[in-house]
Design a protein. Structure first.
Length: 275
């Protein structure tokens, strides 16, 4: 699966996501702002659902191993896809017409295993708060053992790669792997994350993840040059913390992430308001 960025728009297209989507033929080719009233409710629900692939600045084509591929056209497969594209347009220009997207290569020779994608990390929510002028600030999201033991197959999942993603303040990411109270070798770690070079990490050896395993997904940020707090959001100046892991065999499960409980932070916010 290869990104196709319209010539001249390399500095405008921020990132792209391709989702499976249940829809109707009459909506084929329809487009609107993702969160606007012009976007039908059933299409809005496709956003953030079952991810097929993602791309961000600096990324190149993604290749799958010969024994696995993304399923297309099966009885249980979605018949439509939904592409979400985020743009970096600080000048608020209205004369830009984009035609970026993905080029998908497929084969009629059915591969042995179907590939799926699970999202790890911290949900985009108001509780992601990164103070200004910090040299190192961590945010961690969890995929708990209570979740995996209920949805993972008995023989587990085989992880083949991961795509790590934060915005401009991100400087490092890691996915720690735990089983039966003991830490296993890391799933992935990037100590020198660069927003301008976001590439899928292909694992040299596949990683087995079993029911009852858990993941702690941590993003580290640096805000020494910022004068105000950084919050979660979709703009380049906002932040997020995600890892999209590619695996097989595919199961009907798309995300295992968390966020800090609002009740936990209420005393802190009440204290600030009181000041």
């Amino acid at each position: 699966i290869a990104p196709m960025i319209k010539k001249g728009h390399e500095g405008i297209v921020h990132h792209m996501l391709l989702y499976e989507c249940e829809s109707d033929l009459k909506w084929h080719g329809y487009g609107a702002e993702c969160s606007s009233k012009n976007m039908p409710a059933h299409l809005r629900r496709c956003r953030g659902a079952s991810i097929i692939v993602g791309w961000a600045v600096g990324g190149e084509a993604i290749y799958f191993p010969q024994h696995a591929g993304y399923p297309i056209g099966g009885v249980d497969d979605s018949k439509f896809v939904y592409i979400e594209i985020h743009y970096d347009n600080p000048e608020q220009r209205s004369d830009i017409v984009d035609a970026s997207g993905f080029q998908i290569y497929y084969t009629k020779q059915l591969r042995k295993n179907d590939i799926g994608v699970i999202t790890f990390g911290h949900l985009v929510s108001p509780v992601i708060i990164i103070p200004e002028r910090q040299s190192y600030w961590n945010i961690t999201g969890y995929c708990s053992e209570y979740c995996t033991e209920r949805v993972f197959p008995k023989l587990g999942l085989n992880l083949i790669g991961i795509f790590l993603h934060t915005h401009l303040a991100g400087i490092a990411l890691s996915a720690r792997h735990f089983r039966n109270g003991k830490e296993l070798p890391m799933i992935a770690e990037n100590k020198h994350y660069d927003f301008n070079y976001q590439e899928m990490l292909h694992f040299k050896d596949e990683i087995k993840m079993m029911p009852g395993d858990s993941v702690a997904f941590t993003c580290s940020y640096r805000t020494l040059d910022r004068k105000t707090v950084t919050l979660a959001g979709w703009e380049t100046s906002d932040e997020m913390c995600f890892g999209y892991v590619f695996y097989y065999p595919k199961i009907p499960f798309t995300g295992c992430a968390s966020h800090i409980a609002y009740d936990t932070l209420s005393p802190y916010f009440n204290k600030l308001i009181g000041q």
